[in-house]
Design a protein around this ligand. Structure first.
Ligand SMILES: Nc1ncnc2c1ncn2[C@@H]1O[C@H](COP(=O)(O)OP(=O)(O)O)[C@@H](O)[C@H]1O
Ligand SMILES: [Mg+2]
Length: 585
């Protein structure tokens, strides 16, 4: 594994890091805060208005109050509307900007993680982290800020009003309030665990879907529908369960709090109306107090859910930040690898993918000179692909070193190293794009048509491409499903030819072609190989008889090297492999 053991970050560190994403949006944040303040003030003003409304307009029939109160009511709601809009709009503005930023960072991280990371990861889960976790994180951040600012200001305003109307009743309320708080806190403690479970199970759901979509052909042919159905049922049900558990905890809050509110209200009404304890209150003062108290419960409830909201964000944030903190590919080299390539040297190279499994390459040493073609042969699993993968640093070797022009490849910048290598891998990967775009993939400048066609002719791909109705604009489908295996390979070869790099690596690049097509592609490639240093993993031994050097691999070891003629001269591994091949029809 490439991920090192991180010490579990503390909740507050995670939350601070989360808030740091909001920092760049100071202006929008100021607008949102202004809106929240305005909103909080209107809440308190509305409760305060009860006194002139009842005492002035109704009881005393004060002409001025009768005119003013309705106007103030409208004013309050205009301000409240504008302020409410501003706070929601700008908080949401910040929220989505943060989501975008987080997605961008995680996506860019995915582009730089070591190949090995992807060997061990589920792509469904990686996708879910970008789509789901980032959203949850940002929502939590903006919701908690809204609660912290708007609801706490509202609560302060309403409490101040209550004390102004009757401090004795307010004290009564203050005794009951914390009890409510304690009960709610109990419940919200369970949130963090449940919330993390929900995320993990979302990842599982995506993972199963993704495999079912990608593996649709295998599933059909091997009758895997039932297995997949069952597997999906399992994760789907688990996701439902976790969500229901969260809902239950959330929903339990409501009746419990309402009960407590009712009790509080009953006590206050009793205390106020029985007299003695409090000064006599006018109808307006009492209604103003009760209105404030009732308006207070909503922000208080949200304030008590603050913790669960924060926990939500932290749970989602932890996974996200853990991803962002993974080590990217090492790119510490400072030299730029320039043409021409004079030598490539493998020096006692050892490779072990998994820590306590046997090594895949042992003590491999090779010397390759400019313009040479070196062919690798050996049984499947003997380490040929692993050997050539080390050159563009798709994996890092555990022992030894590889030198190009006498300099360790780790001393070159990754970009310049990879720039110098055109690679046709064993499993061709095509993007769901047009053939032209697939072939020109990664070219910095626009590719002119003549060059593109030239590359395709060399790869013996031009003829079949021209037979499609859309020719070079033909869409190849997800991972190139619209093309045959042999066509895909020729597109990949054209892509490598177009890259025009001094080092060419071909890993069983023509394995899916019939002998006739292979021979044609081979002819095209041979002209190319004259001017390049080529590493070729051979699928058919007949294709490499002209190689400058043949490297025979067995169980991760180089067992023989030499030209075809040299190796055939004695009783070698190579000769046995050759005989096996020639026996085949
Ligand atoms: N990404 C990987 N992670 C772990 N083991 C791997 C990986 N790739 C290849 N291997 C193992 O390394 C060995 C050599 O594989 P490979 O280099 O692909 O051989 P070849 O190309 O000669 O068929 C095999 O035993 C294979 O199981
Ligand atoms: Mg291979």
């Amino acid at each position: 594994m490439t991920s090192s053991d991180h010490a579990e970050p503390s909740a507050s560190t995670t939350y601070k890091r989360l808030l740091s994403y909001i920092k760049p949006f100071k202006k929008q944040f100021a607008y949102a805060i202004a809106g929240m303040i305005g909103y909080a003030i209107t809440e308190a003003s509305f409760a305060a208005l009860m006194k002139p409304l009842l005492d002035g307009s109704f009881v005393e029939q004060d002409r001025q109050a009768i005119l003013l109160v309705p106007i103030i009511i409208i004013l309050i709601f205009v301000v409240r509307g504008v302020a409410g809009f501003a706070s929601t709009y700008y908080m949401s503005w910040i929220g989505w900007s943060v989501i975008k930023q987080l997605r961008k960072e995680v996506f860019n991280k995915y582009l730089t993680l070591p190949t090995q990371f992807y060997d061990n990861a589920s792509s469904g889960e990686l996708i879910s982290r970008i789509t789901f976790n980032s959203q949850r994180v940002a929502q939590a951040a903006s919701t908690t800020l809204t609660i912290m600012v708007r609801d706490s200001l509202t609560a302060i305003g309403l409490l101040a009003l209550m004390f102004y109307q009757s401090w004795q009743l307010s004290l009564c309320f203050l005794i009951i309030g914390p009890i409510i708080g304690l009960i709610v806190d109990r419940v919200s403690r369970q949130f963090r665990a449940v919330s993390r479970n929900i995320q993990d199970s979302m990842g599982e759901v995506s993972h199963v879907i993704q495999e079912a979509v990608d593996g649709s052909r295998v599933i059909k042919i091997f009758g895997g529908q039932e297995t997949e159905e069952n597997q999906f049922e399992l994760v789907n049900e688990r996701n439902r369960e976790f969500n229901m558990r969260e809902t239950a905890i959330r929903a339990l809050n409501v009746p419990v709090i309402q009960m407590l509110v009712a009790i509080a209200l009953a006590i206050i009404v009793y205390v106020a109306s029985s007299g003695g304890i409090t000064d006599r209150l006018s109808v307006g003062e009492f209604m103003s107090f009760v209105t404030a108290m009732l308006l207070l419960f909503q922000p208080l409830r949200r304030l008590t859910s603050l913790n669960s909201q924060i926990q939500n964000g932290i749970a989602a944030g932890e996974t996200l930040f853990a991803t962002l903190d993974l080590a990217s590919e090492q790119d510490l080299g400072t030299q730029t690898l320039l043409k021409p390539i004079n030598t490539i040297e493998y020096k006692n190279v050892g490779l072990q993918y998994i820590h306590d499994k046997p090594a895949v390459l042992n003590n491999v040493s090779l010397n390759i000179n400019a313009g040479e073609t070196v062919a690798f042969v050996g049984e499947s699993g003997s380490g040929k692909t692993s050997l050539v993968n080390l050159l563009p640093r798709l994996y890092e070797m555990n022992e030894g070193e590889i030198l190009i022009n006498g300099v360790p490849i780790t001393d070159y910048t990754l970009a310049s190293l990879r720039e110098s290598i055109a690679y046709v891998s064993q499993d061709v990967m095509l993007f769901n794009e047009s053939i032209a775009n697939n072939i020109a993939y990664g070219s910095a400048s626009a590719v002119d048509e003549a060059t593109l066609i030239e590359a395709c002719k060399t790869a013996h791909a031009h003829d079949f491409i021209m037979q499609f109705p859309d020719q070079y604009e033909t869409m190849v489908g997800e991972n190139g499903v619209m093309l045959s295996g042999g066509q895909r390979q020729r597109v990949a070869i054209a892509r490598a030819i177009l890259k025009n790099a001094p080092i060419l690596v071909l890993d069983e690049a023509t394995s899916a072609l019939d002998t006739e097509s292979e021979r044609k592609v081979q002819e095209g490639l041979e002209a190319l190989m004259q001017t390049r240093t080529t590493l070729v993993v051979a699928h058919r031994l007949s294709t490499i008889e002209r190689a400058n050097m043949i490297v025979v691999m067995d169980k991760g070891n180089v067992v023989e090297t030499g030209t075809h003629t040299e190796l055939m001269a004695s009783d070698t591994h190579y000769r046995r492999l050759h005989q096996l091949h020639s026996d085949k029809p």
